[in-house]
Design a binder for this molecule. Structure first.
Ligand code: PSV
Ligand code: MN
Ligand code: MN
Length: 432
């Protein structure tokens, strides 16, 4: 049984209004690409096959350390979050899976599976949470104020490990096959923790989680330069993260969150190095101007996103063997989260489609001939190509909307759920 949240007639009538313009744009782009020897249908097919997971926490309004301003019709729990995720997928057709966060999304796994099935959704990597205290969880009475997997107290470390094992068990019940571990452990002052001993403690805990991974599971560790710790962070950069993945073993991989690097760091080069090391596990897509801003993907620096995809495509078969997970990790403070996630998923596919257009034979020749101008022009030419109609074609072929944000607004979904879901009061700082 399916229970899709948007009436298909809304999509049909919105598409009907736009179809003449869309057809003309698609035909013109097809001709343009044909002149360069590219068959537009092959790009459309690749785009249709490319999917990305949405984060359950992304459909609620996020916040900053200062305040949270809830929007109308916010989902009250994981079931309503899944409804919102289904809207995103129904209109955009590129986000068939959801990444859950435990304990935020904990509920009866069988009911969760049924609900997801009815919405034609599945589950991507699970996320554990030992970066905040869980006063309502009888299994986690100890505080993570001074860390979790690297904590000085063995009892806290054990509790954090146990929580991760719980998350894996929960994930198994709903068909997930990976866990992402991001922790806030670190220190605020020089001398507060012993840098060497705390890393050894972290590794010992991570090994205990790794040892309990089911046969077909992977663990993704996620680095982040700083925050909430402001002097040292235990998994602070991709070097440490690679070390961890190599220490743990073949089921351990590095997750690259685009917002977790020092400003101006060459993220695409990190991606390339992780591919070389066969340790690229996946992505948390978002965008940022200053730090871990968690803005909509591609909203600040779409060229950087394109360059990341350029590395992925350049890797060819090596990437197929790695099969990295594609997930969004964003926080929406001033937009409707559904609209932001639709837009991000679309921008991710856009960068992918543009990267597919790079003339790789020509690029290699320019590189080998030491022609930086033409090599960079070769990338720029692909990046400048407006692939909007390819993205729309991919959506239409799968029953989605030509303009998913317009169709979403036309559906009145937010107004409808705002009546069903009571208003939430704003207040103090939020996280993630
Ligand atoms: C905190 O920085 C964070 O945004 C990490 O990127 C995690 O992936 C996310 O929260 C969810 O735990
Ligand atoms: Mn992340
Ligand atoms: Mn983050």
């Amino acid at each position: 049984m399916t229970d899709m949240p948007i009436d298909p007639s809304v999509i049909e009538s919105d598409n009907a209004e736009r179809s003449t313009g869309f057809e003309a744009d698609f035909a013109a782009l097809g001709e343009q690409l044909e002149r360069c020897g590219v068959a537009i249908d092959t790009i459309v097919k690749a785009v249709r096959d490319f999917t990305v997971a949405v984060p359950s926490w992304g459909v609620g309004t996020g916040g900053t350390r200062f305040a949270r301003f809830p929007g109308p019709g916010e989902p009250r729990g994981i079931m309503e979050k899944l409804d919102d995720c289904a809207v995103i997928h129904q209109l955009g057709r590129s986000t068939p899976s959801v990444s859950l966060h435990i304990p935020w999304d904990r509920t009866d796994p069988a009911a969760l599976k049924d609900k997801a099935q009815s919405l034609k959704l599945s589950f991507d990597a699970m996320n554990s949470n030992t970066f905040q205290d869980h006063p309502d969880d009888p299994k986690q009475p100890l505080s993570y104020k001074f860390g979790s997997l690297s904590h000085a107290d063995e009892a806290v470390r054990r509790q954090a490990v146990e929580h991760n094992l719980d998350v894996i068990e929960f994930g198994q019940a709903i068909g997930s096959t990976a866990i992402t571990v991001w922790i806030g452990d670190g220190s605020n002052f020089p001398g507060q923790v012993d840098l060497l001993r705390s890393f050894e403690r972290y590794l010992e805990s991570a090994k205990a989680i790794y040892g309990a991974l089911p046969e077909d599971w992977r663990i993704f560790t996620e680095h982040k330069m700083y925050e909430p710790a402001f002097y040292s962070t235990i998994v602070q950069d991709w070097g440490t993260n690679l070390l961890i993945a190599q220490e743990l073993g073949p089921k351990a991989y590095c997750l690259v969150d685009l917002g977790h690097h020092a400003p101006n760091v060459n993220i695409e080069q990190i991606v390339s190095r992780l591919i070389f090391a066969r340790k690229l596990g996946g992505f948390h897509f978002n965008d940022s101007k200053y730090g871990d801003d968690d803005l909509d993907t591609g909203s600040i620096d779409p060229f950087r996103l394109f360059l990341v995809f350029n590395e992925l495509i350049e890797a060819g078969e090596a990437l197929e063997r790695l099969d990295p997970a594609h997930m969004i990790d964003q926080s929406h403070n001033v937009t409707d989260p559904i609209e932001s996630l639709i837009r991000s998923a679309d921008e991710i596919r856009r960068a992918y489609a543009q990267a597919l257009l790079v003339d790789r034979v020509a690029l290699r020749e320019y590189q080998d001939a030491n022609d930086p101008m033409m090599a960079s022009e070769c990338l720029k030419q692909a990046f400048r190509t407006d692939v909007t109609s390819i993205l729309a074609k991919a959506r239409i072929m799968d029953g989605g909307a030509i303009d998913p944000i317009a169709a979403y607004r036309a559906s009145g979904y937010r107004k409808k759920v705002a009546i069903e879901r009571p208003e939430v009061k704003g207040g103090g700082g939020g996280i993630v």
